[in-house]
Design a binder for this molecule. Structure first.
Ligand SMILES: Cc1cc2nc3c(=O)[nH]c(=O)nc-3n(C[C@H](O)[C@H](O)[C@H](O)COP(=O)(O)O)c2cc1C
Length: 194
């Protein structure tokens, strides 16, 4: 059975490097037979930017965010996929703010308040990170990678990443680098076959 993959795009720069390299990974995953859905968080409307900690999702039997806005509706579809990929530029050694709003709403997919008996609809899935950064700094994407690896491990997910830690900041130019393109293609293939 072919893998169902959700690529969650968090780059606000429409012609930027994150979107360009993500497109290559997506094409490669599709070539391997994966069914791919793209979720552009920068286009989703929301009533509140992120989670307000109301805990209604934890008290409910259902796994939904009480806000019932575009972000909540999109997050509620994630259990349909085997693989969930976060795509983001590195902003201040973290996710873009647009993506963080979405990630915080993913709280509704787990019952985490009882840490000894928590349950998650994400358990058993592959959670992946595709990230670009623009600086010649040592271990530039290490912090960001850890931020996603840690919850992935806690939720019982496999974690994989594809990182471009020192790219040109010129919009879209990353895909002019053959080694970057090959890396993105290999990542897309591996996601399809996970
Ligand atoms: C607001 C902002 C914050 C950034 N913070 C970092 C950073 O902390 N470290 C870094 O190496 N690059 C940083 N960058 C550069 C971007 O991560 C890099 O250029 C990235 O590849 C841009 O992706 P995009 O083309 O999809 O916009 C920052 C860029 C912006 C606009």
């Amino acid at each position: 059975m072919s893998n169902k993959i959700a690529f969650i795009q968090g780059s606000p720069r429409k012609n930027g490097n994150t979107r360009a390299i993500t497109a290559i990974a997506i094409a490669s995953a599709k070539e391997e037979g994966a069914k791919v859905t793209e979720i552009d968080v920068t286009n989703l409307n929301f009533k509140e930017p992120g989670c307000v900690g109301c805990q209604k999702c934890q008290q409910s039997q259902e796994y939904v965010c009480a806000f019932n806005d575009d972000i909540a509706k999109s997050v509620a579809t994630l259990p349909d996929y085997n693989v969930i990929v976060l795509a983001t530029p590195l902003y201040w050694w973290s996710y873009s703010a647009q993506l963080k709003i979405y990630i915080d709403r993913m709280y509704s997919l787990s019952k985490i308040s009882d840490l000894e008996n928590y349950q998650s609809l994400l358990a058993g899935k592959t959670l992946a990170l595709l990230a670009t950064a623009g600086g010649p700094f040592e271990d530039n994407l290490e912090l960001l990678e850890y931020q996603w690896k840690k919850p992935a491990n806690m939720l019982g997910c496999l974690f994989v990443s594809c990182l471009f830690p020192d790219t040109t900041q010129e919009a879209g130019m990353l895909v002019g680098d053959p080694s970057a393109v090959e890396k993105a293609k290999a990542f897309g293939r591996s996601l399809a076959l996970t």
